[in-house]
Design a protein around this ligand. Structure first.
Ligand code: GCU
Length: 404
């Protein structure tokens, strides 16, 4: 290095020059020209898809979410001995726990009280602890890292605080169970150098190994292992759902684990359903700077360099095929690029069609609150970044259509 460059670096360090401020582009006219890689490249029949699929899955794992390390961890179940009823006796809540890799994950399973057979289920992480999903005092409080409430009193006050995001009554009415767990139990959502959660057991990941999203996705698969073994729900009809960063997670869980019968992305945005190459709203460089622990080390090379990506989110969505896939956007959630989420569905459609399914019925962005629903479903609802009763109504109808 030349002396002058050393001097400049030293000077800027002393002066603590702030990093360049990120200004999101929201203008479609300013999207860089891009070409999407063809998910069907090199293949012409459905019989060729499994090999192509695995190549794409490995590519996206290596370059973005990270491979799961080969190290093993055994899973132990602590059964719940005190289930209780809610909704005037219409539903039962049980809380078995999974012990794995030095961590404990409290599951909360809410199921219709009198099903004739194990019910189909939705599985979804929650952001704040199971106690935020329903207000009942019987729900255990999380003891791991806390995203919100800092002490016991604050946790108590937080009971039911996100209940409006969970339409438990509609799920019970439609005959579905809800399986939820707190994502912080699996891996605290902090950039701490991968020293906590299950990473304390698995060790610091290499640059092609898992970031937090892949770790959370693995947690969903481990939970599914338990659901298969326990027979408490119909494990052949489990829909995996997630909102925002947890929507990125549900997509990656569905891509890796074909036992998830149906996959739902709610407002997942950048690093989820939205096409990265559009670089509109949140970008790869921005997400890797704000949340460096979400993806693996390799993904950083695409910061401000999306054109070099040999894949995009339409290929992530194609990994779900031919299973039913629903992508939902919200009108005011421009940060998550609703149009890019829709275009990724359009880009995944040829794979669905090659596999003999309907794919996405429309090539044109649908109007507000007018879902387009085939084997791929998509809607943009009015309102902000959120999970609403409207979203749940579409997901329940979609599961009814495909899983019943
Ligand atoms: C931030 C982040 C998004 C993410 C969201 C969330 O807004 O930039 O990528 O989806 O948080 O998970 O709440």
């Amino acid at each position: 290095m030349k002396v002058t460059s050393c001097l400049i670096i030293a000077l800027s360090m002393c002066m603590n020059v702030p990093a360049q401020k990120f200004v999101a582009n929201y203008d479609e006219a300013k999207i860089p020209a891009y070409t999407l890689p063809d998910p069907l490249e090199g293949i012409s029949s459905a019989a060729d898809w499994p090999t192509r699929r695995e190549a794409i899955r490995r590519l996206i794992a290596k370059e973005m979410f990270g491979h799961v390390p080969s190290h093993t961890a055994t899973l132990e179940i602590v059964p719940d001995t005190e289930p209780f009823k809610i909704l005037d006796g219409k539903a039962i809540v049980s809380q078995p726990a999974i012990k794995i890799a030095g961590t404990t994950w409290d599951l909360m399973i809410i199921r219709p009280a009198n099903p004739s057979s194990p019910p189909p289920a939705f599985i979804a992480y929650n952001f704040g602890g199971n106690h935020t999903v329903i207000p009942d005092r019987g729900v255990r409080l999380p003891v791991s890292w806390q995203r919100k409430a800092k002490n016991h009193k604050a946790q108590e006050a937080d009971r039911g605080s996100s209940a409006r995001r969970w339409d438990v009554a509609a799920l019970m009415e439609a005959g579905y169970a809800l399986v939820t767990l707190y994502y912080g139990d699996v891996d605290p959502d902090m950039n701490d150098g991968f020293r906590d959660g299950v990473h304390a057991h698995f060790g610091v990941p290499k640059s092609d190994e898992w970031g937090s999203i892949a770790t959370w996705a693995w947690g969903l698969s481990k939970t599914l292992d338990y659901l298969v073994a326990s027979k408490i729900v119909d494990a052949e009809r489990v829909s995996v759902l997630g909102h925002s960063r947890l929507g990125k997670t549900s997509l990656w869980a569905g891509a890796n684990d074909e036992r998830f019968a149906l996959v739902i992305s709610n407002n997942s945005g950048c690093g989820g359903a939205a096409l990265s190459k559009r670089a509109i709203g949140e970008t790869v460089g921005r997400i890797n700077t704000s949340f460096p622990h979400w993806f693996n080390g390799n993904f950083k090379k695409y910061n401000r360099n999306e054109s070099a990506m040999p894949f995009d989110s339409h290929m992530l969505l194609a990994l779900i095929a031919p299973r039913p896939l629903y992508v939902a956007s919200a009108e005011q959630d421009r940060w998550a690029d609703p149009h890019g989420e829709f275009l990724a569905c359009v880009g995944a459609d040829p794979v669905y069609r090659l596999l003999g399914t309907e794919g996405l019925p429309s090539r044109k962005m649908p109007k507000l609150n007018e879902p387009t629903v085939g084997r791929i479903g998509y809607h943009i609802r009015s309102g902000k970044h959120d999970v609403t009763a409207y979203d749940w109504a579409q997901y329940i109808a979609f599961a009814n259509k495909h899983l019943n």
